[in-house]
Design a protein around this ligand. Structure first.
Ligand SMILES: [Ca+2]
Ligand SMILES: [Ca+2]
Ligand SMILES: [Ca+2]
Length: 451
């Protein structure tokens, strides 16, 4: 069995259509109901463990190469694993289902992903998520995947869109010194596209890059609505927003995209936009019945400019480099997490530890002490996860246990509300943007820019 689709009982019949198609075209695929998987494995401590045991059995007994989690986080939870960073963080990830070595809780204390748990972190099969909460959403995902597989539109396959803003400083205005420009990553993505691909680039700071166009929200939405085979966003992000220069694109705006069958893969180099433990940007665009995205690769929590670029480039080199197109359920060979190219956030070389400890922890404390608001964005542990499967939401990142909203768990504020600026290189995409949101109004910096 090449592929297993694990689905909540209420959605299994819909995903059976996808399995039937896959099987017909030579990728033997089976749908397994969640309740049966759980009932067959009473010794597992919880549902994620039972699902992972099933995937491991499929891999061992059938040689399964792809596993699809065909439900939202509520039905098939991501595993939260612990990250020790400036502070301890528990980050949700589907990498738990892709790395099948050990238990992810080697010391047996119920906390997953600790250093003491000795994770291998090398994916053993490809895992993606078709994040559907309702039958209507599942129907959209199945329909889009089948239409893409059976009658793809040719033009978008050779069109790539790169949207990149200045990352540091977050409040950048023309003329100001730039520490980290997403356009640099944009250019490095451009040069690895195959010769047959036309790349449209919109940069907040386009002047140094011949051929690049001025990034604005209107230009970005218009381009997204035209439809591309691959769309990159390099910048700040949040669960429910994408930052475009000094503007924000919201989920309702993404839900209103009408690019029809001109759908493709979105690759997010931003914070938290695939935070599927909430309603997120990734889910919004793949669930859009009138367009949006076919698939989305992004972070569930913080993303980091350095590691992000390497993850995105690796992803693009494989599907586009050897086949010329992103194929449904295409395999992306595992990549070792200890690869120095994929540094953990704490390994990003140009971070400032003193800032971490003082500023960040202080922010965290303020946040924890009651300035929380519902909704908002997540953070991500920038590390490879399993492999994205077009047609679904894929979450990169290590994972954590308790769903404790941090300061990342809130919306990005428009730039005018950012209290501090001048973040350091290595700061996650979206983090600094949030600083103002958990300062009490009276503490808000006078340096804010009212743009
Ligand atoms: Ca543990
Ligand atoms: Ca492994
Ligand atoms: Ca969700």
């Amino acid at each position: 069995m090449d592929c297993v689709i694990i689905a909540p009982d209420s959605l299994a019949d819909l995903y059976q259509k996808l399995a039937d198609y896959q099987t017909r075209v030579g990728i033997a695929t089976v749908v397994r109901n969640l309740s049966l998987i759980r009932a067959a494995d009473p010794r597992s401590n919880d549902l994620p463990q039972a699902v992972r045991s099933f995937i491991k059995s499929a891999r061992d007994l059938w040689g399964t190469r792809w596993a699809v989690l065909a439900g939202d986080h509520d039905a098939i939870p991501m595993r939260y694993a612990r990250v020790n960073f400036a502070f301890t963080l528990d980050i949700p990830s589907d990498a738990y289902y892709a790395d099948l070595d050990g238990t992810w809780d080697g010391n047996g204390n119920g906390i997953y992903g600790e250093v003491d748990d000795s994770l291998d972190m090398n994916p053993d099969l490809a895992v993606g998520r078709l994040s559907s909460g309702t039958r209507a959403e599942a129907q959209v995902l199945v329909t889009k995947a089948l239409r893409y597989a059976t009658s793809p539109l040719a033009p978008p396959l050779t069109k790539e869109l790169i949207l990149a803003e200045v990352i540091v400083p977050t409040n950048w205005t023309p003329g100001q010194l730039i520490s980290v420009d997403g356009a640099v990553q944009g250019e490095s993505l451009k040069v690895i596209t195959p010769a047959c691909v036309t790349v449209d680039r919109y940069y907040e700071n386009p002047n140094p890059y011949p051929g690049a166009l001025q990034l604005t929200k209107a230009a970005a939405l218009s381009a997204m609505g035209r439809g591309y085979g691959v769309i990159h966003h390099v910048g700040h992000g949040a669960r429910s927003q994408l930052s475009i220069g000094n503007e924000l694109i919201t989920m309702p705006e993404l839900a209103a995209l009408t690019n029809g069958d001109s759908v493709g893969l979105w690759v997010a180099s931003n914070c938290a936009s695939a935070g599927a433990d909430f309603e997120c940007v990734a889910e919004t665009v793949v669930r859009n019945p009138s367009g949006g995205a076919l698939a989305y690769v992004g972070a569930t929590r913080d993303a980091w400019p350095g590691s992000d670029e390497k993850v995105s480039k690796t992803l693009m080199r494989r599907p586009l480099g050897d086949a010329g197109a992103v194929g449904l359920f295409r395999d992306h060979p595992p990549r070792r997490s200890r690869d120095p190219d994929l540094a953990m956030p704490s390994d990003v070389p140009h971070r400032d530890p003193s800032r971490d400890r003082a500023a960040e922890r202080g922010q965290h404390r303020r946040h924890r002490d009651g300035l929380r608001r519902p909704g908002g964005i997540g953070a991500r542990g920038g590390l490879e996860g399993g492999r994205g499967i077009p047609g679904g939401v894929h979450e990169r990142g290590r994972a954590g246990r308790a769903s404790v909203p941090r300061e990342h768990d809130r919306e990005i504020l428009p730039r005018g509300h950012v209290a501090r600026q001048g973040a350091l290189p290595g700061f996650p995409h979206g983090h600094r943007r949030l600083a103002g949101s958990f300062l009490a109004p009276g503490l808000r910096s006078s340096r804010r820019r009212g743009r």
